[in-house]
Design a protein around this ligand. Structure first.
Ligand SMILES: C[S@@+](CC[C@H](N)C(=O)[O-])C[C@H]1O[C@@H](n2cnc3c(N)ncnc32)[C@H](O)[C@@H]1O
Length: 206
């Protein structure tokens, strides 16, 4: 879907949210991507995880079933209503203003959501991504990890430009691509970021 210039609150109407939640193929895709990401980031069982752009909660269901304590945020009340009806802990909030204290989460996860960060031009889009990245850094505990899957738009910032924004504010960044070593077309990319600690001590602490 091309989402350039679309406001997510207007896109995810009550009807659209219901349609989204009813789609078994969307559910399967969201859940598979979440499972793949969990295999990459390998969290401790007691981790408190924030799902950013949680939608109707498919990714959150996977995170909960895997044993994590999970809270979700989203900007669409229609999507949140459905997530709430599943008994999930969700709050209304936008990426750039998260209603949490500093250093609250052991991990951040975001599946198919960050492509909604857009600007009128590349400077504005860069500024928005930078504010969001700083907000993520604020709520993520030092030494902890985040994993994001998203679809960068053809017209907007390149994937590498987005990764550089996270890198430039002090995160260690890593990209994992599905099927990287196979001869088939590479699949989803996962941006993994580590908060302000070198990878050697990060590995020791997990
Ligand atoms: C494809 S859905 C994500 C689905 C989710 N991973 C799931 O499992 O259902 C993208 C979500 O990003 C949310 N979103 C878009 N812009 C946002 C923003 N600025 N702040 C918070 N959520 C946002 C949309 O409302 C939508 O629910």
């Amino acid at each position: 879907m091309d989402i350039i210039g679309i406001d997510p609150k207007q896109h995810y109407t009550k009807e659209e949210a219901k349609k989204y939640n009813r789609s078994r193929s969307i559910e399967k895709i969201q859940k598979n991507i979440t499972l793949n990401l969990l295999n990459i980031i390998n969290l401790k069982k007691s981790s408190y995880v924030l799902d950013i752009g949680c939608g109707t909660g498919f990714s959150m269901e996977v995170l909960s079933s895997a044993g994590y304590k999970v809270t979700g945020i989203d900007i669409s009340e229609s999507m949140l209503d459905i997530a709430r009806s599943k008994g999930l802990d969700v709050r209304y909030a936008s990426f750039e203003k998260l209603p949490f204290e500093d250093n609250t989460f052991d991990a951040l996860v975001s599946i198919s959501s960050l492509q909604w960060i857009q600007g009128k031009n590349s400077i504005e889009e860069k500024d928005k991504f930078r504010s969001v990245a700083l907000e993520f850094q604020r709520v993520l505990k030092p030494g902890c990890i985040a994993g994001f899957q998203f679809y960068p738009s053809k017209e907007g910032l390149s994937y590498d430009a987005i990764v550089s924004i996270f890198h430039n504010i002090g995160f260690i960044t890593e990209i994992h691509t599905e099927g990287e070593k196979s001869t088939q077309k590479p699949g989803n990319r996962y941006l993994i970021i580590y908060n302000k600690i070198d990878k050697i001590s990060k590995d020791k602490n997990r």
